[in-house]
Design a protein around this ligand. Structure first.
Ligand SMILES: [Zn+2]
Length: 309
């Protein structure tokens, strides 16, 4: 089975061709979707996105005419039944886009569209050897995304907004979040959150990567910024695990590279907050997929869908 997996990010797409789950070709397309969308009238945004994907996949289909299915991991709220992208908070103007159907008609191939964090979760689940029970994925980047695989299937909820874990409130009356609430976990435990904590501690504006380098060099405020982020992430995860009883957790995303700065504070807080019967049982792993899990998951979901007919 030959499948294409596309992981859509804010400034680029990652494209992978998979033969029976094995990556045989991958590349990156630098394309700032957010910028492209912001320059268009809202009524043209959907059309432009469909055109962009049609061009990209048509180009690949010339190289791989035997392609069976196409999976796309897309940032946004996606209806689990119709696959319509209801909204994508970072792509202004995009409302109710039926990318899966439009693209499928344009290309004559099966296309599935899944939330990007759910696709990454499914990719990690495949890489982990499909553990019984399932897996929770937490992606640490500009925000914090989450995906849940339950009994072998993506669980995205009735409205496609399950596992919006970044918006679990960890500090009532805390920082203002883009979602409109105060104190959401992602305003503390994301790269943006680490930068903000460091700014509050020192008055200096630095990126999360710069703060990680400072922490490695022994800067105590930088170390504290990462420890606080780790603790807030663990607090939210302990809450998730009180609702969803899953043993395997994978943490990925750009900020997971700084895990050595976070691990101790994370484990201490998680163990303290968990229901006692779960203490010592939760397996937390850092993704080793090097950011390919989203593509893999999207591709594998497309072939799974094809198998169902
Ligand atoms: Zn929020």
């Amino acid at each position: 089975m030959l499948a294409l997996g596309i992981d859509v990010g804010g400034t680029n797409f990652r494209v992978g061709v998979f033969q029976d789950g094995k990556l045989i070709e991958q590349y990156r397309v630098e394309r700032n979707l957010r910028l492209a969308c912001s320059k268009l009238l809202p009524e043209h945004v959907g059309f432009e996105i469909v055109r962009m994907f049609t061009d990209e996949v048509t180009f690949l289909m010339n190289e791989y005419p035997e392609l069976d299915a196409i999976g796309i991991g897309f940032p946004g709220f996606i209806d689990p039944v119709t696959q319509i992208i209801a909204q994508s908070p970072n792509l202004p103007g995009l409302i109710n886009l039926n990318l899966a159907t439009d693209l499928s008609q344009a290309l004559g191939k099966k296309v599935i569209v899944e939330n990007d964090a759910n696709a990454a979760a499914y990719g990690e689940y495949c890489l982990a050897g499909k553990p019984p029970g399932g897996l929770i994925y937490l992606g640490l980047g500009t925000g914090v995304g989450g995906g849940l695989i339950l009994d072998g299937k993506v669980y995205s909820g009735q409205h496609g907004v399950a596992m919006e874990v970044g918006h679990i409130i960890v500090k009532p009356k805390g920082r203002q979040c883009g979602c409109g609430n105060l104190g959401c976990m992602e305003t503390y435990a994301s790269a943006t959150g680490v930068s903000l904590t460091y700014f509050e501690l020192t008055g200096q504006q630095k990126s999360a990567a710069e703060i990680a380098a400072l922490a490695d060099a022994g800067d105590e405020h930088a170390i504290l910024a990462y420890q606080n982020a780790a603790s807030d992430l663990a607090q939210a995860l302990a809450s998730i695990l009180k609702v969803i009883d899953v043993q395997n957790i994978v943490i990925g995303g750009g900020m997971s590279g700084a895990w050595p700065l976070m691990e101790k504070a994370f484990t201490q807080r998680l163990e303290a907050d968990l229901i006692p019967v779960l203490r010592g049982k939760i397996q937390v792993k850092i993704s080793t997929a090097n950011d390919t899990a989203g593509m893999l998951g999207a591709a594998m979901l497309s072939t799974a869908m094809l198998a169902l007919g």
